[in-house]
Design a protein around this ligand. Structure first.
Ligand SMILES: NC(=O)c1ccc[n+]([C@@H]2O[C@H](COP(=O)([O-])OP(=O)(O)OC[C@H]3O[C@@H](n4cnc5c(N)ncnc54)[C@H](OP(=O)(O)O)[C@@H]3O)[C@@H](O)[C@H]2O)c1
Length: 300
């Protein structure tokens, strides 16, 4: 482990006490981590101070109070503007940036931190604010493995802290990919709720059955990721053709119920494109291939 960074653990500063930053600070406090907080609007630190957080009156004081400096602000430009004047104070500390952004902005920020002698971890909070501090709150981090390992015990106060790799851009890559995954799943769920609603099914009762169905769906992810890796799409879970026909039933049932059909039509168009690209008799994960390479590229 590098001698250049402080690995004393247990001291963190949180800069930015918006919806997310406040939850982060609460989770560190609940995890027994000595926590200093700073926010532009100082009053937002009141409740945290009442729970034992130390207040910093300046950003410089916040930075110099801890070995781990967590920032959670709306944009990278804001982070940079706020930290630029205190760059030298970051030397020997690890900057953990939980602000949402692009992979390139994360890589730039990492270089900026390195130029100031600081370690850098880029991070993304994947479970909104509601799970923060519990074991199901997923936080992904990327950047130097030793910076993560050195502060893992602090970062696990936030939840399930996963290190993705040394490239600081990876957290942003996963952030956008997982955001799209969650929205795809929720779009399917909202359509499903609307469809069963036509038949007066209780939404909560449906949600319970739907949640019980999810382990099957997640098992498909594992298998289909392997198929994509091998570029082989066995039809173990039904062919593209079979799924396209089933999706047509969903479109028809939705039309009969007077629903908008944009969600099932998107899925149907993905399957039709895979069929047109020569994957009709392949498994449904062939859809991933046509998303990546386009409809015209027929399987070798
Ligand atoms: N909220 C979520 O569920 C969630 C989930 C995942 C990721 N995130 C990410 O977390 C980051 C923060 O989100 P949030 O929901 O916490 O935002 P938010 O509630 O709008 O809070 C924004 C924070 O940034 C501060 N701020 C804004 N401009 C500033 C400036 N020029 N100088 C200093 N401080 C400034 C605000 O200070 P004031 O109090 O003084 O206005 C406030 O503390 C974003 O990148 C977001 O994408 C949020």
């Amino acid at each position: 482990m590098s001698e250049n960074f402080m690995y004393d653990g247990g001291t963190v500063s949180v800069i930015g006490l918006g919806h997310m930053g406040t939850r982060l600070a609460q989770a560190f406090l609940a995890g027994g981590v000595s926590t200093t907080v700073w926010n532009r609007t100082a009053a937002k630190a009141d409740a945290l101070a009442a729970r034992g957080a130390k207040r910093a009156t300046t950003v410089a004081e916040a930075v110099s109070s801890a070995s781990v400096v967590v920032v959670c602000l709306p944009e990278y430009d804001t982070v940079r503007a706020l930290l630029e004047p205190v760059g030298p104070d970051l030397a020997g500390r690890v900057l953990v940036n939980l602000t949402s952004g692009t992979p390139e902005s994360a890589r730039l920020m990492s270089r900026w931190a390195a130029d100031h002698g600081a370690g850098y971890l880029d991070g993304a909070a994947m479970s909104g604010t509601r799970l923060v501090g519990g074991p199901d709150a997923l936080f992904v981090f990327s950047g130097a493995a030793e910076a993560f390992a050195g502060h893992r015990t602090t970062l696990v106060s936030l939840g399930n802290a996963v290190h993705l790799g040394d490239d600081p851009g990876l957290a942003a890559v996963y952030d956008t990919a997982l955001f799209g995954l969650a929205w795809g799943a929720l779009a399917g769920f909202y359509h499903a709720l609307s469809l069963v609603g036509v038949e007066d099914v209780d939404p909560a009762a449906f949600a319970e059955v739907a949640a019980g169905h999810m382990p099957y769906v997640t098992s498909l992810m594992t298998d289909h990721a392997r198929q994509v890796q091998q570029d082989r799409y066995p039809a173990d879970d039904g062919t593209v053709q079979v799924h396209a026909a089933a999706m047509q039933h969903l479109v028809d049932a939705s039309l009969a119920g007077g629903l908008r059909t944009d969600v099932p039509e998107l899925m149907r168009s993905l399957l039709e494109r895979a069929e047109a690209a020569g994957h009709g008799a392949d498994g449904m994960a062939a859809v991933a291939r046509t998303i990546r390479y386009g409809a015209q590229r027929v399987r070798d």
